[in-house]
Design a protein around this ligand. Structure first.
Ligand code: ADP
Ligand code: MG
Length: 697
């Protein structure tokens, strides 16, 4: 397989180029006005577009179409309809109307909705998101859509993301206008998500119930070798994996996903893929396609792709680095520090807004990266920490320090604003220093939010990022609107904000114990678990934020919070039940069998030679028997806790019980099981070990 990348790229996408080629000029222009400026789309236009899309899709071998959407499960959903339509005289024609393109009504009543859809009115609608191009997957024309209820409430992850993009655009434009920019029409947030994943052998995977049911290992003794030699990170890629990555690239390119970088990650069997960044909603759609394709392609190679945040205890987990920036529709990156002082003040305004937003709304950002899987990474024994802080790098930090020292002044010299900070002009694009331990790091012309979990949709974190930045840009624009002297006021605002929120800036080692202590002194929140993080979602301040910017209604927030608590409780419940089953039906029987063999061997040895010494075997036997008893006790204890947790009728109480009781009892059960694994003969052990899973790919 040696594809011509240029030919393959986007071949399954109804892209701008394809539309330009196939649509009548006036229709193309009308559609562009909708895509670029949000102009209302006329049904006549939609009819022509739909027909052209259908013809194109059929030429590509498609027979069906689907409204592809992102329900609250965090995955994508599709219900396929064929283009087939009876022609009335016993034959069929292939049809697709503008109405079918614009709106769909999948029943879809089984998706979580947090009470937003009463069962008697279970209608849900899908609406075409024409800003994200349609594509063909599995002989089906996929139309990216938003999903909402009969009464217009968002039931998905795309609608609020689009709302947040509009919010940040509106506020950023106000700032740009104040700086005299009259040409920019729209401001867009851009995202490049780096995706980490594990690949393991399919046959081994099938022998582990925990991987099948929960996506992670619930048991497993530490292998003799892990990641300590750092020999996997960026290491040469095995042939089997390389073949996988090649096919993955090709499939993604066909879908228009700009898969760019691939390499081995820190842990054995762990890898990473990064695309070239794009507009946030397209990047989000594409990241879903990436996760989907990663899993599908693995199957072709007798591999299984694990997207779980922590498939193996004691081994590096997987995250998603959400590289985020803001740029104008005319191509200016607003987080580019710039070469002239004037650009720099504008840059500093955006920087001040972001620093303030991240500090003030840290719990929301933390929440946006919260799920049961990510609890094993954030604030556990691995990076990044659960404390939100910003890494600015030496140069920006220096600027911040000078601002705090009061050195930012607005003296007008020869018509140019001189902000009087000596180090300001001409920052090189690539800031050389990097800090890999920071959850939110400035990397030259963008911020990298590193907390997001590998299996999560990136819409959550980008909704939060866009909204909190919109809020702070709004506050700045409000103040500047009323300023008598723009320059003086601007300097005053930047200085005030930087001084107030400086506490969130931290350039040191985010993994160190000292930082935890220091952060506490600074009053920064350290939110350790998903359940705790979720409680912040609907507090007064955050409800005000989301409703002010029309991202969520109060009802939508409550519904989402409920869904997330429920998802957490269900996840832990499944994990706990899987552990119970594996312990009872696999581990204990295997250990008893081995113990019996040992006992038989002791008896036969003694029968053969009465004076033979069998203390070694006896010691092992005693140890195993003791551990089996312990496993039995811990299983019973776990069962009690599961029952206790499930008995709570309030979903928040239930989720907390799963975290505080069940999760702990699961940890307790794992200890004797893993101890048994390390002394019981491999021939008897009921499932593949960490060594098998991590090294036999
Ligand atoms: P690293 O591993 O060093 O962080 P990668 O090259 O793996 O770097 O990933 C960097 C990501 O950041 C890529 O997806 C890249 O496209 C993205 N990126 C670059 N510029 C921007 C930008 N202006 N906005 C959003 N993402 C960006
Ligand atoms: Mg990165």
């Amino acid at each position: 397989m040696s594809a011509n990348v240029c030919e393959v790229f986007g071949s399954n996408v109804f892209s701008d180029v394809v539309m330009k080629e196939r649509l009548p000029k006036d229709i193309y222009k009308a559609l562009k006005r909708t895509v670029d400026n949000g102009e209302l789309l006329k049904l006549e236009v939609a009819n022509v577009v739909a027909n052209s899309m259908k013809d194109w899709a059929i030429e590509k071998g498609a027979t069906h179409y689907t409204h592809w959407f992102q329900p609250m499960t965090g995955k994508t959903a599709e219900k396929h309809d064929s283009f087939l339509s009876p022609d009335g005289i016993g034959k069929a024609v292939m049809e697709f109307s503008g109405k079918e393109l614009i709106q769909g009504e999948p029943d879809a009543s089984s998706f979580p909705n947090g009470g937003l859809r009463a069962t008697f009115e279970a209608r849900g609608y899908t609406a075409w998101d024409c800003t994200s191009p349609a594509f063909i997957k599995d002989e089906t024309l996929c139309i990216p859509t938003a999903f909402c209820s009969y009464t217009g409430e968002a039931l998905d992850k795309k609608t609020p993301l689009l709302r947040s993009m509009e919010a940040v655009s509106a506020q950023a434009l106000r700032i740009l206008r104040l700086f005299g920019n009259t040409t920019t029409a729209k401001v867009l947030t851009t995202v490049g998500p780096e995706q980490e994943y594990f690949l393991i052998d399919k046959k081994l995977y099938q022998d582990r119930k925990d991987l099948i049911f929960s996506g992670r290992t619930l048991f497993g003794a530490k292998p003799p070798k892990g990641q300590e030699l750092d020999d996997h990170y960026f290491g040469s890629i095995k042939e089997r994996i390389s073949a996988y990555m090649r096919e993955l690239d090709e499939e993604l390119w066909k879908l228009g996903v700009t898969s760019k970088t691939k390499h081995n990650e820190v842990a054995p069997a762990q890898h990473e893929m990064a695309p070239i960044f794009s507009t946030t909603n397209i990047a989000t759609d594409h990241n879903h396609l990436v996760m989907d394709t990663m899993c599908k392609v693995a199957n072709h190679h007798d591999l299984v792709c694990l997207l779980h945040e922590k498939p193996f205890a004691g081994v590096n987990g997987s995250g998603k680095h959400n590289n985020w920036s803001i740029s104008t529709n005319d191509g200016l990156n607003l987080l580019e520090p710039g070469k002239t002082p004037h650009d720099n003040t504008q840059f500093l305004t955006f920087l001040a807004a972001i620093i303030s937003a991240v500090d003030e709304y840290a719990p929301l950002l933390r929440m946006s990266a919260a799920n049961a899987g990510n609890d094993h990474r954030l604030g556990a024994n691995e990076a990044p920490p659960a404390i939100i802080s910003i890494f600015l790098g030496e140069q920006l930090n220096d600027i911040v320090e000078q601002i705090i020292a009061g050195k930012l002044s607005a003296s007008i010299e020869a018509g140019v604003l001189n902000i009087g900070v000596s180090t300001l002009p001409i920052l090189p694009k690539d800031v050389t220093d990097r800090n890999r331990t920071s959850p939110f790091a400035f990397t030259g012309n963008k911020f990298e939010f590193r907390m997001v979990g590998s299996a999560q949709s990136i819409s959550g974190c980008n909704i939060v990022l866009n909204t909190i930045v919109a809020e702070h840009l709004k506050r700045i624009a409000d103040e500047l609107d009323n300023a008598k002297d723009f320059n003086v006021k601007l300097i005053e605002i930047i200085t005030k904000l930087v001084k107030k929120h400086e506490r969130v800036v931290f350039n040191g080692d985010g993994y160190s114990e000292d930082w935890v202590v220091e952060a506490e002194k600074r009053g920064l929140p350290n939110i350790k678990s998903t359940v705790e993080a979720l409680t912040y979602f609907n507090n007064e301040e955050n409800v005000k934020l989301f409703t002010d910017h029309k991202i969520f209604t109060k009802e939508e927030i409550d519904a989402r919070q409920e869904i997330m608590f429920e998802e957490y409780a269900k996840t832990i419940n499944i994990e706990a039940l899987t552990m119970v089953e594996m312990a009872k039906k696999e581990i204990i029987p295997a250990c008893i069998e081995y113990a019996t063999t040992l006992a038989d061997s002791i008896c036969s040895i003694k029968a053969a030679v009465a004076s033979a010494v069998t203390t070694a075997q006896e010691e092992v036997l005693i140890k195993i028997s003791t551990l089996i008893a312990e496993v039995q006790n811990k299983v019973a204890a776990l069962e009690v806790e599961v029952e206790g947790a499930t008995s709570h009728s309030d979903i928040e109480d239930q989720a907390f019980a799963f975290r505080e009781k069940v999760f702990i009892a699961m940890g307790d059960l794992r200890v004797p099981c893993d101890a048994l694994e390390s002394i019981v003969s491999e021939a008897y052990w009921p499932y593949p070990t960490y060594s098998d899973l991590l090294f036999r790919v």
